[in-house]
Design a protein around this ligand. Structure first.
Ligand SMILES: C[S@@+](CC[C@H](N)C(=O)[O-])C[C@H]1O[C@@H](n2cnc3c(N)ncnc32)[C@H](O)[C@@H]1O
Length: 249
């Protein structure tokens, strides 16, 4: 985040004061909440499901594990964790409407019992120190105002021996396909947002925010700075997304 004035951060390509960003991000998800799941399927042609499955594969959930899924939205990661044999779960998101929609989506789902849904900020988690075994954050970290603070919070709430996993858009590395990827991101996705969610600007923000997010090695450095250890990453789909993994020792 070089060249930003003190107290400023990015909201997509715009520079905004850090105190403004949280509300702007909340507005985005208030606006898209009711179409969020449908939009995910349309924009990624369903591939977001495979990326989320890949995170769960790497985690290999165990029934004695308690999961904290931060920026958990409508609960996709938690649902997969439970279905794959994980234990108790907490879905935490700053946006109440995303949580309400998630609870409705999974209301009849037996695996979602022993799951609690709480409204909270990744930068100030309403969770005790050293109280969870797994911390996940999928497509959430790029939306928080202070990534470093969120990573420190992850480290704080994990028990020693606990696992951190982050799924996020990353650096698409297939140069020949890059122009196509850029056109799809900046031209097609905002149009889909316009037609389906009646909100072009929110989807423009979501695409722009991907370009402003730290690349995998920068994110690894920040995870280490936050005290996480054994930090690694894996690219998926040519680097469209990456999964970062670490442990609290
Ligand atoms: C792109 S959605 C991802 C939802 C879900 N994890 C998924 O993969 O489908 C991003 C989520 O991050 C949430 N969010 C944004 N800033 C947050 C913050 N500071 N703390 C907690 N959640 C936040 C939004 O409300 C939204 O539900």
């Amino acid at each position: 985040m070089a060249n930003l004035k003190q107290g400023f951060t990015h909201f997509g390509f715009k520079e905004v004061s850090k105190s403004q960003k949280g509300q702007l991000v909340r507005n985005v998800f208030d606006s898209v909440a009711n179409r969020y799941d449908l939009m995910n399927d349309l924009m990624s042609l369903g591939v977001h499901r495979l990326w989320k499955d890949a995170l769960i594969d790497w985690l290999n959930p165990q029934k004695e594990q308690t999961l904290l899924d931060v920026a958990g939205g409508t609960g996709d990661i938690t649902n997969r964790f439970k279905k794959r044999g994980g234990g108790r779960a907490i879905v935490c998101d700053i946006n109440q409407q995303m949580l309400v929609n998630g609870q409705k989506k999974f209301s009849d789902s037996i695996p979602m019992k022993d799951t609690i849904w709480i409204c909270g900020d990744a930068e100030k988690l309403p969770i005790d120190d050293k109280s969870v075994d797994v911390y996940t954050i999928a497509f959430g970290l790029r939306n928080v105002t202070n990534i470093q603070v969120a990573l420190e919070e992850a480290q704080r709430v994990l028990r020693p021996g606990g696992r951190f996993l982050c799924l996020e858009f990353s650096d698409f590395s297939l140069q020949v396909l890059k122009p196509l990827y850029e056109a799809y991101s900046f031209k097609v996705i905002p149009q889909i947002g316009n037609v389906i969610a009646n909100d072009k600007d929110s989807y423009k923000y979501l695409v722009e925010s991907i370009r402003k997010f730290p690349n995998p090695t920068q994110l690894i450095s920040r995870m280490r700075e936050a005290g996480l250890e054994q930090c690694k990453f894996r690219n998926l789909s040519g680097g469209i997304v990456a999964i970062h993994s670490a442990w609290r020792i």
